[in-house]
Design a protein around this ligand. Structure first.
Ligand code: AMP
Length: 223
């Protein structure tokens, strides 16, 4: 089963995708993660993407589509993919259809995580992760039990995304409204969109998403 987690930055797509990997054994395909890795490694793609990402701007479609095609060629995607952060534009929607069809596959479901946008900037600007294990924290909503020490692995090093500052977040929201939100009606016309309330606690959002997937016959790993 192939699904898209859809929603603005900070809706919780990455967090929910992590859970689905764990619960359903699907593969998370986060184009943001792929780009951040490229920036870290200093590749050609990383050089193009780095500045645009810092400014909260989208990376050109042709580059993103090439990256996605290469990722879909890896064998781990055969059993189902959670698209997290792709597609973000209409050309990317068309490209995804084509890339999946070429691989004798298709999109099964788009899950929109609906959020109150006034809450987003605060949500994003306060978030950080453990530099060792990636556990997520927030300045206001989820501090480690012991200040400065990761609850999961005990590390004392944490990091923030360079594009999680207020200016970049506002730019990311503008890009979302101009280019990404208009693609939802394309999928709605196909009758494959389901909606969840992303303002619920994280665990409840995960439960709702799991219910949607089970209705569509996805099998949890433990079943
Ligand atoms: P994300 O981790 O999904 O929030 O993505 C972080 C940043 O990576 C975005 O603000 C864009 O600059 C870039 N990016 C990720 N996915 C895409 C995409 N599908 N199309 C264009 N730019 C993207």
């Amino acid at each position: 089963m192939n699904i898209i987690l859809f929603g603005p930055p900070g809706a919780g797509k990455g967090t929910q995708a992590h859970r689905l990997v764990h619960d359903f054994g699907m593969v998370q395909l986060s184009t943001g993660d792929i780009l951040r890795q490229a920036v870290k490694e200093g590749t050609e793609v990383g050089k193009i993407a780095g500045e645009l990402m810092k400014a909260g701007k989208l990376i050109p479609d042709d580059l993103m589509i090439r990256i996605l095609g290469e990722r879909l060629d890896k064998p781990d995607t055969k059993n189902g993919v959670i698209f997290d952060g792709f597609p973000r534009t209409k050309p990317q929607v068309e490209a995804l259809d084509k890339l999946l069809a070429e691989r004798h596959s298709k999109l099964d479901c788009v899950i929109e995580i609906k959020v109150d946008e006034n809450a987003l900037v605060k949500r994003i600007v306060g978030r950080y992760v453990c530099a060792q294990c990636g556990a997520g924290y927030h300045d206001e909503f989820k501090r480690p039990h012991k200040e400065g020490v990761c609850d999961i692995c005990g590390s004392t090093e944490f990091k923030r995304r360079p594009d999680d500052n207020e200016e970049a977040v506002r730019a990311r929201l503008v890009e979302y409204h101009e280019k990404t939100a208009p693609i939802l009606p394309v999928y709605e016309a196909r009758g494959i969109v389901a909606y969840v309330d992303g303002m619920l606690p994280m665990g409840d959002v995960a439960t709702k998403i799991a219910e949607i997937l089970k209705e569509k016959d996805a099998k949890p790993i433990s079943a």
